[in-house]
Each structure stands twice: as structure tokens, then as C-alpha cells.
Design a protein around this ligand. Structure first.
Ligand code: PEP
Length: 261
């Protein structure tokens, strides 16, 4: 079965109640076919309830940008996976490079967070990707393989069926310097090969792998048309209704054409 595309907007630490309401209202009037394309937004924690009240869940999914590795208890400031379920989230990001970079999250912590999400039935979107220096030193595949096995190692095939991945080269995030479709496809194909080796063909064929890093309305179609790219994790452009609408339209155009290069 063909993998469904997912266009996901990571709002990062941006947004007020007013701007979130405006953005969601602008998304709700767009048209896409939910059988072939899913749209999700990842607002900051304080806007999750508002977003969830504003969307129809069958049309727009809502996810959190992070989750605690701990169960509920004496962990001041943390947000447990159970709380995300309680408000109605469907997804959460883990391992975003901004968490790895600014909060020193390592693969072990990413793995612990991921397992908490699976325990409560939420779908993790696990982010992986290399730094510019690592790419320049020819280490891209090594870094991605290490992050993948660090986060996912030990999961069984059934658990893998509830996971999505996002390949986000760190040098492309928020820089306007998007990976070329060929550069992105090369890593996505490598990721699928790793999934095949560590699990099986059905995991490798079934798992959604999104691309993230400076995706906008102008470059989305060529990226999304790549065979192993199943959607986009969009940061900056997801805060601009028109840009995000353009990315959704590109996703729809590729999904309905049914051909990927
Ligand atoms: C991101 O935050 O995941 C991201 C891809 O950001 P941007 O689209 O702004 O590069």
C-alpha cells in the first residue's frame, strides 16, 4: 500500500492565541484529500488545547514539539506523554535538532522520550540529520545511522509501525539553504535501507519519512516528488498561511499524480 503523505508544521516557540486561531482558520478553508494527504500542526505547549479545540481532528492532526522522558511526578516544568493524550494530541516530535543542540539531548534521551510516546499510544516523529561539518566530512550516513539505531534500536516491527521519521539536515533548518531533491532522496533511500536491514521490508516500505529544512511553497513539489520522501516537516514557512497552503497544494499535486521520481 502506498505511504500516505504528511505535511507537518512545526511552529517552534512562536504564536499567541490570536495568531494560532488565525492560522488554523486559514488552514481549515483549504482543500486536500485526507485519504492521500495528512496535515498536522505542532504548536507550542500553551497553544495545544486551543489548536485542538479549533481543528476537526479528522482533517488536521495536532502534535507537541517535545515530551518528557519521565512519567508524571515531581519533575517541575516537564510535560508528560499522558498529558498530551489528555489534551487530545496525536503526535509529538522527538529529537529535533534544536533540542539536541540547545538542550543537549542525546540519542539515549531521544530513545526514552520515544518509548514514553509509544507507551501511551502517541505517534512519535523522530528527527535525525547531520551538521554541515559532518556532511562536509562525508559522515552523513554514519550520523543518520547512529541517530536511527540510538533512537529506535530495540523496538519491534509492530512498534515501528507507529513511528514516523523526519530527515532534517541541520544545515538546512531555518537557513533558507534547502537540500536539493537529490541530496534529500539519497539520505531517505539510505534510511529505508537501514530500516530494511534492522527490521524488515514491510517496516522499510511502510514507514513515513518526511524531509525538513527550509521547505517552502516554491521548493516543496520537487522534494515531495522524490520516491522516498513522504512529506515535509516545515518550520518557518508553516507560520505563514499562504506558504503552508502552497506546500499542502504541492503535496496534493504529487499525491494525486501518483508518480514519484
Ligand atoms: C524545523 O524546525 O523542523 C524546520 C525544518 O525548520 P525550517 O523549515 O524553518 O527550516
Amino acid at each position: 500500500m502506498a505511504r500516505k503523505s504528511l505535511i507537518a508544521g512545526n511552529w517552534k516557540m512562536n504564536g499567541t492565541r490570536q495568531s494560532a486561531s488565525d492560522l488554523i482558520a486559514a488552514l481549515k478553508v483549504l482543500n486536500w484529500e485526507t485519504q492521500v494527504l495528512e496535515v498536522a500542526v505542532f504548536p507550542p505547549f500553551h497553544l495545544l488545547s486551543l489548536a485542538l479545540a479549533a481543528v476537526s481532528p479528522a482533517l488536521i492532526a495536532v502534535g507537541a514539539q517535545d515530551v518528557s522522558a519521565q512519567k508524571p511526578g515531581a519533575f517541575t516544568g516537564e510535560v508528560a506523554a499522558e498529558f498530551l493524550v489528555d489534551v487530545g494530541c496525536q503526535y509529538a516530535l522527538v529529537g529535533h535538532s534544536e533540542r539536541r543542540q540547545y538542550h543537549r539531548e542525546d540519542d539515549a534521551l531521544v530513545a526514552a522520550k520515544l518509548r514514553r510516546l509509544l507507551e501511551v499510544g502517541l505517534k512519535p516523529v523522530v528527527c535525525v540529520g547531520e551538521l554541515l561539518a559532518e556532511r562536509e566530512q562525508g559522515q552523513t550516513f554514519d550520523v543518520v545511522a547512529r541517530q536511527l539505531s540510538g533512537a529506535l534500536g530495540g523496538l519491534n516491527a509492530e512498534q515501528m509501525g507507529n513511528v514516523a521519521l523526519a530527515y532534517e539536515p541541520v544545515w538546512a533548518i531555518g537557513t533558507g539553504k534547502v537540500a536539493s531533491p537529490a541530496q534529500a532522496q539519497e539520505v531517505h533511500a539510505f534510511i529505508r535501507q537501514c530500516l530494511m536491514q534492522q527490521w524488515n521490508k514491510s517496516v522499510a516500505d511502510g514507514l513515513q519519512v518526511l524531509y525538513g529544512g527550509s521547505v517552502n511553497a516554491a521548493n516543496a513539489k520537487d522534494l515531495l516528488a522524490q520516491k522516498d520522501i513522504d512529506g515535509a516537516l516545515v518550520g518557518g514557512a508553516s507560520l505563514k498561511a499562504q506558504e503552508f497552503a502552497g506546500i499542502i497544494a504541492a503535496g496534493m499535486a504529487v499525491a494525486t499524480a501518483g508518480v514519484r521520481v
